[in-house]
Design a protein around this ligand. Structure first.
Ligand code: ASP
Length: 416
């Protein structure tokens, strides 16, 4: 079977007739069907074939070298998600199936920016992320810095839970090089894909002389710039738009113009000489819960976690950090059992203040700790980290203190 042959294929999932197209993957036959659609079929799934005719074609698959003239090493660690996905033409579903090398092949311009190394750490959709996977990513980061001498790390990640991972890495990795998480809302085989701009933006950011964990994603709905967000101040704020990620309770760190290869700082950032220092901390207490407060909620949910020996609870309260009075006994039950109870707000923007209303004052006097302007998911990850490393009293003292930029004590007027 050659490119240009009209063929009839008998496969495990039915018969297909069409023109054989060039394929960059030796394991796959690409077929143009009569209705104009292209499909890819795994060779392993072909049971039999018949050549019906032949058409003269001239084509050349561009050969891509993975070599770069650049010296600085940037490692791309792929964890899955749309940014590392392609469409499965049999089902139409998006599957995480690209390796880090595939990412380079999809965006060869990355090699103009740096010497790219990379590998797939895992291959999951980020809705399936769990704390033990954060530990795997953290260990992979340490290896890239220590063994591969990476001077910047890009982590390709699904967008759904990308900000949880960004928060986890912010607490778990202490390094003087930038760690940039990047995702895409649309896969790379779609014309409207944001993978191209975001990936170039992420490598540009990884080359900067800065330290810490950041997120790079589209800054607006067209293809002009990306934002560099602080990893503990960012959230996926739209289910489908390409500019879904917003910095919350602050402003982004920089605007990155991938096509012009330009980075424009708009907020304070920690500079670094990038000597390659790295220290990781993988202790996490997984018995921490994040609970949303809402009218009609059953306070027994709190007792459930206490009885399951949870050590910490982050409440996503209403307004300034409130909860219905009928669950106060449940909250007291948690505190009496040495469970740390923290308060964040589901308004997302703004900060918790337990001093304004009597409801907040009562919560505070019971021992509930207000978490300033910290995002609920960041408080959740931080409490796991604190309880994994400190005793309860110390963890209580640190939860509403700024450790890595997760709390800003003064609210910026331009942050909303
Ligand atoms: N559900 C996907 C994920 O989070 C969406 C994406 O990749 O952007 O992995």
């Amino acid at each position: 079977m050659e490119v240009g042959n009209y063929v009839k294929l008998k496969t495990k999932s039915g018969e297909f007739e069409g023109l054989v197209l060039p394929s960059t993957d030796n394991n796959v036959v690409n077929l143009k069907l009569k209705n104009g659609y292209n499909i890819g079929i795994l060779k392993d799934n072909i049971l039999d074939y018949q050549i019906l005719g032949k058409r003269e074609v001239s084509y050349k698959i561009p050969s891509i070298s993975l070599e770069s003239k650049e010296k600085e090493i940037i490692s791309i660690l792929s964890t899955g998600g749309t940014v590392a996905s392609k469409v499965d033409y049999e089902t139409g579903a998006v599957h995480p199936s690209f390796t880090a090398e595939d990412l380079i092949k999809a965006v060869p311009e990355l090699l103009d920016l740096a010497k790219i190394k990379g590998r797939a750490v895992m291959n999951i959709l980020s809705e399936n992320m769990k704390p033990s996977y954060w530990v795997e990513i953290v260990k992979a980061i340490e290896k890239e810095i220590k063994n591969e001498e990476a001077k910047g790390i890009v982590i390709a990640h699904g967008t759904d839970t990308l900000s949880y991972t960004a928060a986890a890495l912010s607490f778990m990795v202490d390094t003087d090089i930038p760690i940039i998480l990047v995702g895409a809302q649309r896969s790379s085989d779609r014309p409207s894909s944001d993978a191209y701009l975001n990936l170039i933006g992420s490598v540009l950011a990884a080359k900067e002389n800065i330290k810490g964990v950041y997120v790079v994603m589209h800054g607006e709905s067209s293809d002009t710039f990306c934002y560099l967000h602080k990893g503990v101040k960012v959230r996926k704020s739209h289910s489908s738009r390409r500019d879904a990620f917003k910095t919350i309770n602050s402003i982004p760190i920089a605007k990155i113009y991938p096509l012009e290869r330009k980075v424009e700082y708009i907020n304070k950032v920690e500079k670094s000489k990038k000597e390659g220092y790295v220290k990781i901390n993988t202790n996490l207490e997984e018995k921490v819960a994040l609970i949303k407060v809402y009218p009609g909620m059953d306070g027994e949910i709190i007792n459930y976690y206490v009885d399951k020996e949870y050590k910490g609870i982050v409440l996503e309260g209403t307004g300034l950090g409130h909860a219905p009075e009928y669950i106060f006994d449940n909250i007291k039950y948690a505190i009496d059992n040495n469970v740390i109870v923290c308060m964040t707000t589901q308004t997302i923007n703004g900060r918790v203040n337990l001093n304004v209303y009597s409801n907040g004052r009562k919560l505070k006097s019971m021992g509930v700790i207000g978490c300033e302007d910290m995002l609920p998911e960041v408080a959740y990850v931080k409490l796991m980290y604190l309880l994994g490393n400190y005793d309860v009293e110390e963890a209580k003292k640190l939860i509403n203190k700024n450790l890595v930029g997760e709390i800003e004590y003064r609210s910026r007027f331009d942050a909303y």
